[in-house]
Ligand binder design. Structure first.
Ligand code: HEC
Ligand code: HEC
Ligand code: HEC
Ligand code: HEC
Ligand code: HEC
Ligand code: HEC
Length: 439
């Protein structure tokens, strides 16, 4: 009886490890099997033609597109429906008429799409993966560094797991052998060494290795602790990344500022970004520059939203005149630094020549509702100041600094050296000084 049970204790641990490892490895190819080209094509068509009424995974003006193909299976021609739903309704198809009634008889815009293009959209919808949240072990890096490379820690973890398995199996075998020898010599089985005792034994015998490994682990922990303190812990916690309040009018940046859409310049609306601390939120009059004429949206819901601009400005669309009764739009603030922090758009946009998207993310590409994309923690500000070079060439402000330094170079050796190779980070100009950012 004791023999089989001993063998099973030898394998119980490692087998579970192997199983977990297998699951881990099996999960990876599953997510990689999506045909990326088709998916991207579908996503593009979706954004350009469908996104104003549909979401992939939620109801909006129309149903969620995910699973639509399956829902139509055997009930009708989904291609004909998407190309011209009004015409298709006239065929008397039961399912089409049922959803049409269900969605309050909203009409879908007719669209000249090929079967292949419709296949791409439906493929995209069925394989839709929501954008991964920025983050990982060092969330500060995400907004600044552009596309993230996959973190190395999962691989380190796998390697560590493999080592653990090998080590534990070896230890099991060793214990078994010792027991067997002991039994053969007539002493009866010996108690197994605990892992801790055998680890201590190993460390004692291999002091050099043991110290190198402990040192590595220790420095890793210190770095992690440092990052944590800067990013989430000690400094900042007030800021809510991805905060996305609802707004009184469904204003859509993707539609207005997106390159594939209306492509309106950010500063057409946020026109004080270059000259003052605040970028500014446009008044409804700015909207009226276009919306006095544009009174129809992409859907009924969009049209109703445009009516709210008229209500705010007191525009009487029927008689083409202002009534004088205004009701300002109360936009909800998305970003909100604490009062003890000084931040100026002019410094970053006009002097630093930093693109809005560097700090506000792809607001013009994939945010139907404006959200706080960057963490806005102190660690985030500091990190960028540490790695961003100040834009010197052709920058009027620094041309002036250069001129003054040339006139009076005494005592400015360090600074002059920097200016000569024209490489200098914000940090080196004092961008890490507490008083620069704190009142
Ligand atoms: C103007 C708004 C609008 C646009 C644009 C639009 N749809 Fe629709 N769609 C709807 C509405 C509303 C419904 C619900 C049926 C109805 O009322 O006609 C619907 C229904 C559907 C359905 C049926 C879903 C189901 O659950 O059976 C599919 C499929 C569909 N749309 C695909 C598309 C595709 C693909 C595009 C882009 C190429 C698109 N739609 C663009 C408004 C729209
Ligand atoms: C580049 C700008 C910048 C610099 C330089 C900077 N800070 Fe901050 N600091 C911030 C921002 C932004 C916040 C707000 C973070 C938040 O609320 O999440 C902050 C918050 C803080 C807080 C409050 C923490 C909290 O949880 O509310 C303290 C304390 C602080 N900073 C101290 C310092 C000290 C000390 C220095 C100098 C060594 C310094 N800061 C330099 C930008 C900066
Ligand atoms: C047609 C006018 C218009 C254009 C163009 C526009 N915006 Fe906006 N923006 C608004 C309005 C209105 C709001 C307030 C409502 C909201 O938050 O969605 C806003 C809000 C924002 C906010 C959030 C403000 C807060 O409360 O913290 C950011 C950030 C922003 N815009 C950045 C941009 C950037 C970057 C661009 C260019 C890619 C841009 N905007 C283009 C009108 C515009
Ligand atoms: C430079 C011109 C321009 C400005 C400025 C502008 N819009 Fe628009 N907006 C448009 C056009 C064009 C459309 C219709 C797009 C379409 O149907 O494809 C539109 C559509 C809309 C819609 C309907 C969206 C939908 O899904 O149907 C809303 C709501 C809207 N705008 C709100 C605003 C608000 C609020 C402002 C001011 C902060 C504003 N717009 C400023 C040109 C503008
Ligand atoms: C270096 C980072 C950075 C850049 C570049 C930047 N912003 Fe901002 N933006 C912020 C921060 C931080 C806040 C929050 C400020 C606060 O709460 O005082 C903010 C707030 C805003 C707001 C709302 C409040 C306000 O200040 O009016 C708008 C609108 C906005 N930004 C638009 C823009 C536009 C448009 C551009 C490009 C022309 C831009 N931002 C460039 C970091 C940036
Ligand atoms: C994407 C990079 C980036 C981010 C993020 C960023 N900054 Fe900056 N910041 C710069 C650059 C570049 C300059 C230098 C502009 C110049 O003088 O050429 C600068 C300059 C400044 C200055 C003036 C420093 C001086 O020496 O006069 C202050 C103050 C400042 N930033 C505050 C902040 C605060 C507060 C935050 C976070 C809320 C922040 N910055 C986030 C890039 C950034």
């Amino acid at each position: 009886m004791p023999r089989p049970s001993r063998i099973s204790t030898l394998f119980a641990g490692p087998r579970q490890f192997f199983f977990a490892l297998f699951l881990l490895l099996a999960a990876a190819p599953l997510t990689a099997q999506v045909d990326q080209a088709l998916y991207d094509q579908g996503q593009k068509i979706f954004k350009g033609n469908c996104a104003s009424c549909h979401k992939v995974d939620k109801k909006m003006t129309g149903p969620a597109l995910q699973g639509a193909r399956a829902r139509w299976e055997g009930k009708g021609d989904i291609y004909a429906w998407i190309r011209n739903s009004t015409a298709y309704l006239k065929t008397g198809n039961a399912y089409a008429n049922q959803i049409f009634a269900e969605y309050n008889k909203s009409v879908m815009t007719p669209m000249a799409l090929t079967d292949a293009e419709i296949d791409a959209v439906l493929y995209f919808a069925d394989n839709y993966a929501p954008p991964a949240p920025a983050g990982g072990t060092t969330p500060v890096a995400a907004p600044v560094g552009g596309p993230q490379t996959a973190p190395a820690w999962p691989w380190l973890l796998i390697v560590a797991l493999l080592f653990a398995i090998v080590w534990m199996s070896l230890r099991g075998v060793k214990n078994q052998l010792r027991s067997a020898v002991s039994e053969a010599e007539g002493h009866g089985p010996v108690a197994n060494e605990t892992w801790w005792v055998s680890l201590k034994g190993w460390a004692w015998r291999n002091k050099a290795w043991a110290s190198v490994i402990s040192l590595l682990i220790l420095s890793y922990l210190v770095v992690q602790l440092w990052n944590w303190a800067f990013v989430i812990g000690v400094y900042g916690g007030d800021q809510v990344q991805h905060y996305k309040p609802s707004q009184p009018i469904a204003f859509n940046h993707t539609l207005h500022a997106g390159k594939d859409n209306l492509n309106i310049n950010c500063q057409y609306c946020h026109n004080s970004a270059e000259k003052s601390k605040h970028a500014g939120i446009p008044t409804a009059n700015v909207c009226m520059n276009c919306h006095q004429a544009v009174n129809v949206g992409r859907s009924e819901a969009g049209t109703a939203e445009i009516q709210k601009i008229y209500a705010a400005t007191g525009w009487d669309a029927e008689n083409n005149r202002y009534t004088g009764v205004e009701k300002p739009i109360m936009w909800n603030k998305v970003h909100n630094l604490p009062d003890h922090v000084y931040f100026s758009h002019a410094t970053h946009v006009a002097v630093g020549k930093i693109e809005c998207q560097k700090c506000h993310g792809p607001i013009d590409e994939k945010m139907d509702v404006a959200e706080q994309w960057a963490p806005l923690t102190m660690g985030w500000c500091i990190q960028c100041h540490g790695e961003t070079e100040v834009q010197m060439a052709g920058n009027g402000y620094y041309d002036e600094v250069h001129r003054r330094l040339k006139e009076n170079p005494i005592g400015q050796r360090e600074l002059r050296k920097y200016l000569e190779d024209e490489k200098i980070t914000v940090k080196e100009l004092g961008g890490w000084e507490c008083a620069k950012c704190h009142y």
